[in-house]
Design a protein around this ligand. Structure first.
Ligand SMILES: Nc1ncnc2c1ncn2[C@@H]1O[C@H](COP(=O)(O)OP(=O)(O)OP(=O)(O)O)[C@@H](O)[C@H]1O
Ligand SMILES: [Mg+2]
Length: 96
């Protein structure tokens, strides 16, 4: 959101229970968002649109979350910005 000069910058982090014994975390921002066509590119290693970006942040986040048996995905926020959400098992050692 550092590139947003007018209007308020809002970041909302929520947590809750999801289906099947999972925890759901959602991070919503009021930044520039991304084009729908870029929704999977943004998770690719070294994909960046920032002048000094490495393009590693989301790729690392996804691999950590998947290593814990979860998943990470993104959507457009309304009226602007992005929503990143991940689910991870609440009781990863519980095989029942
Ligand atoms: N909250 C967001 N809103 C809009 N676009 C985003 C958001 N987060 C990531 N992106 C897009 O996804 C790209 C990849 O993000 P990622 O975090 O992987 O790398 P980066 O932020 O560019 O660099 P770094 O390696 O420093 O994190 C960004 O360059 C940007 O285009
Ligand atoms: Mg990043």
């Amino acid at each position: 959101m550092s590139g947003v000069s007018d209007g308020t910058r809002e970041l909302l982090v929520t947590t809750g229970r999801a289906d099947a014994g999972c925890v759901l975390v959602a991070v919503r921002d009021s930044g520039p968002g991304f084009a729908p066509k870029d929704v999977e590119h943004i998770f690719a290693p070294f994909y960046t649109t920032k002048p000094a970006g490495l393009g590693m942040g989301l790729s690392i986040c996804r691999s950590i979350i998947e290593a814990h048996g979860g998943r990470l995905w993104a959507n457009a926020n309304t009226p602007c910005g992005a929503i990143f959400q991940f689910m991870v098992p609440a009781y990863p050692d519980d095989s029942s």
